[in-house]
Write a protein that binds this ligand. Structure first.
Ligand code: ADP
Ligand code: MG
Length: 288
């Protein structure tokens, strides 16, 4: 391969909003046969909105939302932002919190006065009332629980929708002969709904994957002989981006993701993934 042609390829990439961190990367891009897409912030906008609050027992919806939003003022997660914004839209003021703890891929925790409040997945609670469990299974979106003293007291649902461009982008990946996968820490219901909306085979959906396991999922696919491109945006995607044969970060995402990736997509559009792979094939065809 002539360096000049490769540099022309990376230059053309820059024009398309595809930042390729070195001409040699085009070569690994060409061999990719599997594209693993993170859900939140990659396939979807990553800006979910609050849609439902359901409480168990006598707790008011307002009190539940106030407690959850207060804890989430400490978090930068998109789910947290939706809860904080949703409370604000309902004129609910947040309380002062102390001892904020982020629980990556699971939720967050902080104290309000003397009560430690937890927001996140069911696993964080010893007891989950049946009506809240039913809400978790309803599949209306991403449902998280809020509670204290080991008991979940309310279910809060936020819905994240695919980017307008995602379905067409997934179709283009298929046309290029690539197999798309969806990988997410979110629940099975939401993952399957989003996969269906954008045209990813349900058999290629991996839901409920903890941040540290995203990396292992990529490695498992490689173990099956696949050449894997991973596309992600979050801190929780960094290890998987590094493990993949080709790591691609959404430019709208975190710096950590961008640093771990081989390619940074300046357009918040999965279509840029297809562009990058198409470009590398074209560039290398010219060279050969
Ligand atoms: P993704 O892989 O889709 O980008 P994450 O791994 O960041 O998602 O989070 C997985 C799940 O953990 C979320 O869908 C949510 O249920 C829960 N979660 C993570 N952080 C928080 C938080 N700050 N508040 C509430 N729930 C959270
Ligand atoms: Mg993400």
């Amino acid at each position: 391969a002539t360096p000049t042609a490769l540099l022309t390829g990376t230059g053309r990439g820059a024009q398309l909003g595809i930042l390729i961190k070195g001409p040699q990367i085009l070569e690994s891009t060409r061999r990719v046969d599997t594209v693993v897409l993170d859900k939140t912030g990659t396939i979807t906008t990553g800006e979910p909105v609050l849609t439902h609050v359901l409480t168990a027992g006598a707790l008011s919806e307002e009190a539940a939302l106030k407690a959850a939003a207060s804890v989430e003022t400490g978090s930068e997660h998109p789910v947290a932002a939706a809860i904080v914004d949703g409370a604000r839209a309902r004129d609910i003021e947040t309380s002062q919190i102390t001892g904020f703890t982020n629980l990556p891929g699971q939720g967050a925790r902080a104290s309000i006065k003397d009560t430690e409040v937890t927001v996140g997945k069911a696993d964080l609670f010893d007891e989950v009332p049946a009506e809240l469990r039913a809400e978790l299974d309803a599949g209306r979106g991403t449902t998280v629980l809020v509670g204290w003293e080991g008991t979940a007291r309310a279910a809060i649902t936020v819905a994240d929708t695919p980017r307008e461009t995602s379905a067409a982008a997934v179709a283009r990946l298929r046309e290029l002969g690539l197999t798309p996968y969806l990988l997410t820490g979110d629940n099975e219901h939401t993952a399957r709904r989003v996969a269906q909306e954008v045209g990813i085979d349900p058999a290629h959906v991996e839901a409920g994957v903890l941040p540290q396991d995203k990396f292992a999922r990529v490695r498992a696919l490689q173990g099956q002989g696949k050449v894997v491109a991973m596309v992600g945006d979050g801190v929780n995607d960094a290890a998987a981006l590094a493990q993949a044969d080709l790591g691609m970060a959404m430019g709208s995402g975190t710096d950590v993701a961008a640093e771990s990736a081989d390619i940074v997509l300046m357009r918040s559009d999965v279509g840029a993934v297809a562009d990058a792979i198409g470009l590398s094939r074209k560039t290398l065809r010219v060279i050969k």
